[in-house]
Design a protein around this ligand. Sequence first.
Ligand SMILES: [Fe+2]
Length: 176
Amino acid sequence: MQPSVLPSSFSLLATGMEATLAQSARMVATHVAASLPDADTLLASLPPGALEGSPDRYTRHLVHADPFERFSVMVLVWRPGQFSPVHGHRTWCAYRVLRGTLAERHYRWNPQDRTATQVNAVTREAGDTFSVPAGLQHIHALGNASDAVAVSLHIYGVDQDRIATGVNLLVDTIVS
Ligand SMILES: [Fe+2]
């Protein structure tokens, strides 16, 4: 379906929406950081052997499903060298590093050719907490560039039944 009104008519809305969503994400991250159980409690709740990870890919463990289906909480275990695909998000999300160090690569979306280009890379340490809104303004790849297992907790704004299809928005990248 094509929009019926010129895009420029909505530029003010888009600008204000950007700031509003960014503020909302900061509030989510602050709330998550202040409200989660401590890392030891969370790690102890995982199945036996889970913290070893898998040689095949990073592993995911559901640790909480909101009864009102507003969000789901997963713990991810990353062996050295394991990374997510480059993705935006179909929903708001938040994450907190529980153990070890994660590497996060950020990408900029180009709406004209519908590709993403890496713009920077940062290191996330245990205790770091972040949240981003849905959409393609925030595209990243997350993974473990260290030589030890890393563990992170992720909160997605979908019911557990939609985690597989309703979270990651995979994008093409330009390698520069
Ligand atoms: Fe993500």
